[in-house]
Design a binder for this molecule. Structure first.
Ligand code: DX5
Ligand code: ZN
Length: 216
């Protein structure tokens, strides 16, 4: 489970993290630049503040057109991994730069982007982030048409015996969790389903249980 803080109370992030920490493997931090997506969220100073409050693995999802200019800053802020989008281009250089910064190397793809766009990079990444909504906003509906792509990616990763984690992001709740887990996803991001609940840790635990039941 990777709770997304996008749906948390930004004025009380420390408390929100404490509430979800017992059921969080990673914290998912959504960085939006107002260009790649029509929304603005957080940057390195907020990541640094979160780092001071938590020892959890910080999984930074960079929805930015120029992530390469900021990798060093995210590393210094205490990020553990950064995920860049394949749609922004320059993927080879970005993956090299992530390794050089000693960050976990993530590659994301939008719902419309075919698996073939990331296939050539699987040997060079740690994390494949399959978007199950269009990036930019929390609280959208899960796009079931992405399930075959999750299956194709998971199959390719297993066949090539690669140590790549398949993560899904968008519209994940206790109902959709089983479907993505059955398709091969092993790290589930959820924002509104967790922080919109009265008890975020209980909501995360319910999503995890639903996924565990279906994980092959
Ligand atoms: C959307 C973000 C997601 C978002 C998910 O662009 O990448 O991480 O927080 O939110 P929910 O779980 O509400 O779909
Ligand atoms: Zn995200």
């Amino acid at each position: 489970m990777a709770p997304s803080l996008l749906s948390a109370d930004f004025a009380a992030l420390g408390r929100e993290i404490e509430r979800v920490a017992p059921e969080a493997d990673w914290l998912h931090l959504d960085v939006m630049d107002g260009h790649f997506v029509p929304n603005l969220t957080i940057g390195p100073p907020v990541v640094a503040a979160i780092r001071r409050r938590s020892e959890l693995y910080l999984d930074c999802h960079l929805m930015m057109t120029n992530p390469g200019d900021y990798l060093e800053a995210f590393r210094r802020a205490g990020a553990d991994s950064c995920t860049v989008h394949v749609e922004v281009g320059g993927t080879s250089e970005l993956l090299d730069a992530l390794r050089e910064c000693q960050l976990g190397v993530g590659l994301a793809l939008n719902p419309e982007t075919p698996f073939e766009a990331v296939d050539p990079w699987l040997e060079r990444i740690d994390l494949l982030l399959v978007m199950t909504v269009r990036p930019g906003f929390g609280g959208q509906s899960f796009m079931a048409e992405v399930l075959p792509k999750i299956e194709a990616a998971s199959r390719a990763i297993a066949e090539r015996r690669l140590p790549v984690v398949v993560e899904v992001d968008g519209g994940i709740d206790a109902t959709t969790a089983g479907r993505v887990a059955a398709a091969g996803a092993r790290m589930l991001v959820a924002g509104s389903a967790i922080f919109g609940a009265d008890d975020p840790a209980a909501a995360a635990a319910a999503i995890r249980r639903a996924a565990d039941r279906e994980a092959a």
